[in-house]
Design a protein around this ligand. Structure first.
Ligand SMILES: *Cc1c(COP(=O)(O)O)cnc(C)c1O
Length: 363
């Protein structure tokens, strides 16, 4: 990888300056709503999200992590129950299952794809199974319709984690609205950001009511503030357009990179065409996570925002904490081989993208 010293990229700050967010903040100051418990912004955000995702109930909360916990509590998952999830998933999803007293059941991912393999659900099912958590990760959409069919057949709740893909669609439906209950994050690095925050989406009135009863203790125990809601509102308006630009960049990178490159973007023609990119998943041929980490470090030294991806859950948690289905080989391979590219780069100008693609092609 021979790159001239002046051939560097970035920085890639996030969030980027946004005049509509500035106006929203000025209005918060002008009308004093920045400091109030209640006001119009949270309600407006609920309405907007309900329409955008075509769901009946939106519950705003303090983070994506708390949204997953509330989805589990709203689904009545409790001590003695089992929850199926992929062995490659966001760590907090695993910990949330333990938090509500249930047992995580880890199944493998699809080969070279960081999403749950739906064909393994039969083997994972037990009389204690209550729910499935399925995340769409790093722009790779999960086969959620197949999972939903399985969940319906066995009377399980399907929790759809759309924290990384707000705005993505499968067969015209927004990810986060296809499962029984969906979750979003408004964390500081996410595509829709208020620094912190999250939301639970559902069409199940009883589930929504259970979440309300759990969180409402004379005061909301997992609140999202008026200030957060006010800065999120203008971002939703631009989400589809920004997602389109990010998709275009991913396509551009895929088209430029040759088959000689030792890293490649993970992509499924049948699913990923309408994805949203918080991260882009790249596969290396590394044998160990140490080798993969070294590639990430080298790419970062050029200013390209690459990171090692998640660790596989069965490799970082004590075996006594979960039940594993099979050997989880695909998840272990992702643990060693996956890199992610962070989204702010995806809004870069085309000539920057081309320059980066040439560099990546040479490694
Ligand atoms: C970020 C994220 C969450 C949790 O979001 P926070 O708001 O940071 O708690 C959950 N699931 C996935 C897949 C995420 O990427």
């Amino acid at each position: 990888m021979n790159v001239p010293a002046d051939d560097s990229f970035g920085p890639w700050p996030w969030p980027t300056p946004d005049s509509d967010v500035r106006i929203a903040i000025e209005q918060l100051l002008a009308d004093g709503s920045w400091g109030r418990y209640h006001g119009p912004h949270c309600m407006a955000l609920c309405d907007k999200l309900a329409r955008y995702f075509a769901v009946d109930h939106v519950h705003l909360c303090s983070s994506g992590t708390s949204a997953v916990e509330l989805a589990l509590r709203g689904s009545n998952v409790r001590s003695g129950d089992e929850v199926i999830l992929a062995a490659y998933d966001y760590k907090a999803n695993f910990v949330n299952v333990l938090t509500v007293g249930a047992r995580p059941v880890l199944v493998d991912t699809l080969p070279e794809r960081p999403v749950l393999n739906p064909d393994l659900l039969d083997a994972a099912l037990s009389s204690s199974t209550k729910a499935i958590i399925c995340s769409h990760l790093h722009g790779c959409l999960a086969p959620i319709e197949q999972l939903a069919e399985f969940a319906a057949k066995h009377h399980l709740v399907l929790i759809e984690d759309a924290c990384q893909v707000p705005g993505a669609r499968i067969d015209r439906r927004r990810c986060g609205s296809i499962g029984h209950v969906g979750v979003l994050s408004f964390g500081g690095s996410k595509l829709l950001t208020a620094g912190r925050g999250g939301a639970v989406l559902t069409c199940d009135a009883q589930l929504a009511q259970r979440i309300r009863l759990y969180t409402e203790r004379g005061n909301d125990a997992y609140p999202l503030s008026e200030m957060q809601a006010a800065v999120l509102l203008p971002q939703i308006k631009k989400l589809d357009e920004n997602n389109r630009i990010r998709r275009q960049t991913v396509r551009r990178l895929r088209n430029i990179l040759t088959t000689d490159s030792s890293i490649r973007i993970i992509w499924d023609d049948s699913l990923d065409d309408e994805s949203a990119y918080y991260k882009v998943a790249w596969l290396t041929d590394c044998a160990t996570s140490t080798d993969r980490d070294a590639i990430a470090k080298r790419l970062r030294s050029f200013g390209l925002p690459f990171d090692p991806a998640f660790p596989a859950l069965h490799l970082i948690h004590a075996k006594s904490r979960f039940r594993a289905i099979g050997e989880l080989r695909n998840a272990a391979a992702l643990h060693a081989q996956l890199l992610t590219l962070h989204h702010p780069f995806l809004l870069a100008a085309a000539n920057e993208v081309d320059r980066a693609a040439k560099l990546l092609d040479g490694i």
